[in-house]
Write a protein that binds this ligand. Structure first.
Ligand code: GCO
Ligand code: MG
Length: 409
């Protein structure tokens, strides 16, 4: 079998998605996610200009060889643009292999290690009553693990906290694409945050009892010492994990945090390769790997990093926001189904419009996510629907401190 076409499809149903569609001479197609939130067109160009011409004529069966060829022959390794492009090719080839074999991809990765994937939902509130409502809503939706984000007195706008109350019965996008010409500026005050957050978790624990798994995303905003203090302060409330407590590129930071707290730590959504996370795993400085198939080079490296992590009892907690497309989500669901050291899958749920563009076989029943048993990844692109939504520039927000200094957000 030979690859005869590889097309890059950019669509923007509610947010921007970049998808690679690989076609073989036998008419089998495979999909891959190459979406890099806020920098989407750079990956689309990387694929179109530099990857697609290299794929034509190759045997789609040789996934590992194609991955190594794209990674090594490019000379310039790693980085989110390169690795999202390679990820899309890797996913598309696994999709094709599954379709040819007549099996869902998780079967090719070793078969199911569980009935489905435990997931966590997102809750947020500008005050406690709103937060409690939001948590109740997520519980009713089937989640037994919930990420809790809260407004902080003195901070006007905070990423991850919905700007309005969750309408009852409606799934809410906590981090909608901001289709603005420039990134929206938000404000930040770490001391106010550190003072406020433990009280919020105390109130949530008192209200919802000991069973509910609670998570929090620090979104890279703290110094190592501040993160260590927050981890300690949150210990009485038994968090499932504290995510991205410090900027991910400073891996030494996790050593300091770890020495001070037993709050479990999760990191990795911005990592692109095993070299970003190997020391954190082998030194047992983290508990959960937050990498996403899309930004980590695809299914092949994600499976490998998890097998490496298994040696150290480190589990998965793959990044599943709405800017990872249904194709990227499916790719990591298949990995999660197969590996023994699965932990928890983030599940934000895509919009109805997105789900009309990407037709999926996944199911979500009683908090358990399953990729379905369609051959391949279980996602098909409805190209007519996709063509309705033109690319629209959209940016993530950013933070400034009171004196105007740009801060990690
Ligand atoms: C999460 C993430 C997202 C990211 C977003 C960036 O834990 O879900 O932090 O909120 O900010 O996916 O593109
Ligand atoms: Mg995060």
């Amino acid at each position: 079998m030979k690859i005869v076409a590889a097309d890059v499809v950019v669509t923007s149903p509610t947010r921007n998605f970049v998808t690679l569609k690989v076609t073989t001479d036998e008419g089998v197609t495979g999909l891959g996610d190459a979406t890099l939130n806020g920098r989407e067109l750079s990956v689309a160009a990387y694929l179109k200009e530099h990857v697609v011409p290299l794929l034509l004529g190759r045997d789609p069966a040789n996934i590992e060889d194609t991955w190594q060829f794209l990674y090594r022959s490019g000379y310039w390794r790693r980085g989110p643009v390169t690795m999202a492009a390679i990820a899309a090719v890797d996913m598309a080839l696994w999709d094709i292999k599954g379709k040819v074999a007549g099996m869902p991809v998780y079967q090719l990765l070793g078969g199911a290690s569980r009935r489905g994937l435990s997931t966590y939902g997102h809750a947020s509130g500008r005050d406690l009553p709103e937060l409690f409502d939001s948590i109740r809503h997520e519980k009713e939706h089937g989640f037994s693990a919930i990420r809790v984000q809260t407004s902080v007195p003195g901070i006007k706008a905070l990423y991850g906290v919905a700007a309005q109350a969750q309408a009852s019965g409606e799934r809410y996008d906590y981090e909608p694409a901001q289709r603005t010409a420039l990134p929206v500026e938000e404000d930040w005050d770490t001391r106010a945050y550190l003072r406020h957050l433990p009280g919020v978790f105390e109130a949530v624990r008192n209200e919802f009892g000991p069973d509910l798994a609670l998570l929090h995303d620090g979104h890279h905003r703290m110094t190592p010492l501040q993160a260590a203090r927050l981890g300690k302060d949150l210990e009485p409330y038994d968090l499932f994990w504290l995510e991205d407590c410090t900027p991910a590129e400073n891996q030494e930071a996790l050593r300091l945090v770890r020495q001070h707290t037993t709050t479990p730590l999760a990191i990795g959504e911005v990592f692109n390769s095993i070299y970003d996370i190997k020391d954190l795993i082998s030194e047992q400085l983290i508990d959960y790997v937050r990498c996403a198939s899309t930004h980590f080079g695809g299914i092949s490296p994600l499976k490998k990093v998890m097998d490496f992590a298994a040696v150290y009892q480190v589990k998965s907690g793959f990044h599943g926001p709405t800017d990872v497309s249904p194709v990227g989500l499916a790719a990591q669901m298949h990995v999660g189904m197969a590996i023994h050291n699965f932990g928890l899958q983030e599940y934000m749920e895509h919009s109805e419009r997105t789900n009309a563009v990407f037709e999926q076989s996944l199911t979500f029943v009683d908090g358990l996510l399953h990729p379905g048993d369609n051959p391949g990844l279980g996602v098909e692109l409805n190209e007519e629907e996709a063509a309705k939504y033109e690319y629209q520039p959209a940016y993530l927000p950013y933070n400034r401190l009171a004196d105007g200094t740009v801060h990690d957000w």
